[in-house]
Design a protein around this ligand. Structure first.
Ligand SMILES: [Ca+2]
Ligand SMILES: [Ca+2]
Length: 265
């Protein structure tokens, strides 16, 4: 099976970053982007701290933007995510969702100011609105999702946020609505057991003031249930970072997840 991390990422590393490779590499100060020299030392500290356990950690993408804080994010998703700070897109999963077995972790550093409005769009792959994958093949199935993330103050190493049930996640695509669809010989979206619901993103959901009080709490799922794959083991996850999704890992295919983080006292 080809390593899904091989090939040109859609979201390119910062200038000077080396291509993904089999061995962790320490970056010299020369490798750091001179645009961001003011917090270059902090980034270097994070990069150094990130090297170590569980195979090659992902390259750290440096994202320019306003804010006095420098925060490191680490994310693993089955199959795809986009991460926003408020309305600002910070990073998209570098492996397209259409890549078979598109499992990989991402690490990135971005600037921010408290309070932090952390937002994810998370997608489990679906071939079409039946929600199925491998349609017409012997392994035709619903497929399942999963998301884990942790955020760290790059200057101090202090934890900032982790995924857990404190997040709220709204399902915006669910299919199939009857699991019997998985066994249909010729599944068609909206036909028989292969009904689906697809709803637009609520207006302004990424903004700090959005009222998510009627969104369900994220559901913490075990590693045994999610079976996290490629890239997951390359990150040194904190003990309180949980694999989250909505209630149903298989039929709930697209989620919006959000958490507001206040400035530590
Ligand atoms: Ca999946
Ligand atoms: Ca699914």
């Amino acid at each position: 099976m080809q390593d899904p991390n091989v090939g040109a990422p859609a979201f390119r590393p910062a200038p000077g970053a080396k291509p993904r490779s089999g061995e962790p590499e320490l970056l010299s100060p020369h490798d750091l982007d001179t645009r961001t020299a003011s917090f270059g030392a902090a980034i270097l500290a994070v990069l150094l701290a990130g090297c170590g356990s569980g195979g090659a950690p992902p390259e750290v993408t440096v994202v320019d933007g306003p804010g006095a804080l420098s925060i490191k994010g680490e994310v693993w998703a089955d199959n795809w995510f986009a991460f926003y700070l408020g309305d600002r897109l910070i990073i998209e999963d570098s492996v397209p969702i259409t890549t078979e077995r598109s499992f990989n972790a991402e690490a990135f550093v971005f600037n921010a100011d408290y309070p932090l409005q952390l937002n994810f769009v998370a997608k489990d792959f679906k071939q079409d609105d039946t929600g199925l994958e491998y349609i017409g093949r012997g392994n035709q199935q619903m497929g399942d999702g999963g998301l884990i993330a942790q955020f760290t103050d790059a200057a101090t190493g202090d934890p900032v946020a982790v995924t857990d049930s404190a997040w709220r996640c709204l399902v915006v695509h669910e299919a199939p609505l009857d699991r019997a669809c998985e066994d249909e010989a010729d599944p068609e979206p909206g036909v028989g057991p292969c009904q689906f619901t697809a709803t637009p993103e609520p207006e302004g959901w990424r903004m700090p003031g959005f009222d998510d009080s009627d969104w369900p709490s994220a559901v913490e799922h075990s590693a045994a249930a999610v079976r996290p794959k490629g890239g997951y083991d390359a990150i040194d996850w904190r003990n309180d970072a949980r694999l989250i999704w909505s209630a149903d890992l298989e039929t709930q295919n697209t989620l919006l997840c959000r958490l507001t983080v206040k400035e530590p006292a």
